[in-house]
Design a protein around this ligand. Sequence first.
Ligand SMILES: [Zn+2]
Length: 313
Amino acid sequence: MAYTNSSLVSYTKLSPNHSGQRTHSIDRITPHCVVGQLTAESICGCFTSPSVEASCNYGIGKDGKIALCVEEKNRSWCSSSRENDQRAVTIECASDLKDPYAMTTAVYSSLVKLCTDICKRNGKKKLLWLGDKNTTLNYSPKSDEMVLTVHRWFANKSCPGDWLYSRLGDLASKVTAALGGSSSGSGTSVLYRVRKSWSDAKSQKGAFNNLDNAKRCADSNAGYSVYDESGKVVYTGKQTASGGAGTPFLVKVSATDLNIRKGPGTNYAKTGKYTGKGVFTITEVKSGTGSTAGWGKLKSGAGWISLDYAKRV
Ligand SMILES: [Zn+2]
């Protein structure tokens, strides 16, 4: 499929910071928070100098105006992941300077329109939010599916901010509805929610049309279950809270510099030691700050590691 750019763009200032044409077709969209209530023009202005070594495909200004910084056919330098940026259209959105990096209604509604347009031009009928790093990165999208990814999975950042992160399920269902895909025509496309408990809506990892995807998400997050629309548990994840039936299990670590901490969270001190590459036994899983997939206790007694950087084997 030939690459095109969005006709929703009303300002173009191309950045020199990109890798030339993508080596992977587009099947992901990665929305970011630019950290500042900037105009579309100033978002482009952030990326005009080669020395910043960063860019994005599109920028959305605080008033909803859409700008083009790197043509869709080219790989932008945006998400701290070469693999992701080869296949993702990256979008920097004007946001507040501070947590939860809230965005204006105008930005959000432009984001819905831009994502819809990107899906349409790239032959996609659905935008999916799978809600979890491991589930998403291990998922092979069907030819008509586009998948949302987030910067925080690839770097120690809060991007796209909790404001947008908590709305990604809504973004996916709005875009899918606009594309006329699934969602049984009623406008209520979201069915299965993955949470710690029904009343703890903030713990929600994702909302899924597909029960299998919801189960997979619950399995990879300690203490999570799948709930139907009325709040009834339809499935309990394999790793229940603290310890859990699923433990012990083996994980593979591919990073050389994965920190071992004294407790389950980035709020616990580093031990100063790293796991190094290898396969390790996890005896307990707990949720905690700074890790989407939870924290795993090393059998050796050395401490805890973030399961975001470990693959279950
Ligand atoms: Zn980002």
